[in-house]
Design a protein around this ligand. Structure first.
Ligand SMILES: [Zn+2]
Ligand SMILES: [Zn+2]
Length: 392
């Protein structure tokens, strides 16, 4: 019965969700600066009578829908930030901000969560417990979730479990993707500085060449994954930036490298970092250079609680029909949703947006777009999930 009511309500709010998503799409904001987006969220929720709790995380917002019956407190999270990409789409809702675009679907995530809030609020006499709506800035820069948590978003009332959905271009519209356990990678940024002694390119014996050292280092780093991580485990070591030298006949004194480390297991993460340090010691001894190593820790693994993932599967199949939920492979992409999972169990699932006319619209691309119909589905699935989880 409640499923029918949710379906009806999701249909009713759909035009508002579309309108809101288009408005957010036209006014994209970067990183931790999503103040205007948060304002749109807050006014849409207030207009529908949803209790908005407070600002949080700088440019974030939190709202609470309290059910009429006792139950559990469930968190639902949306990210609000855009990307530094110039939009190429020629649509009426094209970005009005030069060089900034919603190319990861966070506009849709935000609009859907507002829709879910309105649906839950209108059905709150049937609802148990409470649902906390968490709108965060700065997912793409990996800072938003931490800022929200620091502002106490997981407490008072304490969030007992948390869910988030992400639009997924590789998954058909009308389908949900779930994964039990590790589903997205931890990610760390490494900076390595190799310092030698510069000099004339014709007299290399008088120098300690950091370029040759960097070349050996990059090659040796390829053995970290292939020779220290089990073939049955996953890790990535990618050096993505190399900077050194000014001209053809001067050996520079310094080379800087930057890269990213990924894995699906915290123990593998530590082992990879230790191996890199050991290789650097070898380079120092063998090449007579000095290496400085800095590892900036990013988000941990997104670990999906098996039981709650099963709940998403059940709800997805009920709402979308049998066979519409698939088990998906993990990816080596990262998500700062992982930080919430350090405070409460939860799961991060994928919402299919692959449809005719959208095949070439990949995430983080200047032509990214999504079939809006996906948002009606996303609202309905998430609202059902909230009902089930609060009364579990
Ligand atoms: Zn993204
Ligand atoms: Zn994203």
């Amino acid at each position: 019965m409640i499923r029918e009511l949710i379906r009806r309500e999701a249909k009713r709010v759909y035009p508002e969700v579309v309108r809101l998503r288009r408005e957010i799409h036209m006014r994209p904001e970067l990183g931790m600066e999503t103040f205007g987006t948060a304002d749109l969220v807050v006014s849409a929720l207030r207009k529908a009578g949803v209790q908005v709790e407070k600002a949080a995380g700088g440019a974030g917002a939190v709202a609470l829908v309290k059910g009429a019956k006792p139950g559990r407190c469930v968190g639902l999270r949306a990210d609000m930030d855009a990307l530094p990409i110039e939009e190429e789409n020629d649509v009426p809702y094209r970005s009005k901000v030069r060089g900034v675009m919603h190319a990861c679907g966070h506009d849709a995530h935000t609009a859907m969560l507002v829709g879910v809030g309105i649906v839950l609020n209108s059905l709150r006499e049937h609802l148990s417990g409470a649902v906390k709506l968490i709108f965060q800035p700065g997912e793409e820069v990996g800072k938003g979730a931490l800022a929200m948590i620091e502002d106490g978003v997981m407490d008072d009332p304490k969030v007992e479990m948390i869910f988030a959905q992400h639009v997924w271009t590789e998954l058909e519209l009308g389908r949900i993707g779930v994964r039990k356990g590790a589903c997205m990678a931890n990610m760390d940024e490494v900076r390595i500085e190799i310092e030698g002694v510069g000099g004339h390119g014709a007299y290399p014996h008088l120098t300690r060449d950091p370029i040759v050292a960097a070349a050996y280092l990059i090659t040796q780093l390829q053995t970290v994954v292939s020779r220290t991580v089990s073939p049955l485990e996953s890790a990535v070591v990618s050096i993505c930036r190399v900077q050194g030298g000014t001209t053809f006949n001067v050996i520079p004194s310094k080379v800087e490298l930057q890269g990213t480390l990924r894995s699906l297991d915290e123990e593998v993460r530590e082992r990879v970092i230790e191996r890199i340090k050991a290789i650097l010691r070898g380079i120092e001894a063998g090449m007579e250079v000095r290496c400085r190593f800095e590892c900036r820790r990013g988000s941990p693994v997104v670990y999906n609680d098996p039981e709650l993932t099963e709940l998403v599967r059940e709800v997805g199949e009920e709402v979308l029909g049998e066979g519409s939920v698939e088990e998906v492979e993990p990816t080596m992409g990262g998500e700062d949703f992982a930080f919430y999972l350090q405070h409460a169990p939860g799961t991060f699932y994928r919402l299919g947006i692959k449809a005719e006319g959208f095949e070439d619209k990949k995430i983080h691309s200047p032509n990214f777009d999504l079939p809006e119909e996906a948002m009606r589905i996303g609202v309905e699935v998430m609202a059902n999930l909230a009902f089930r989880a609060t009364s579990a």
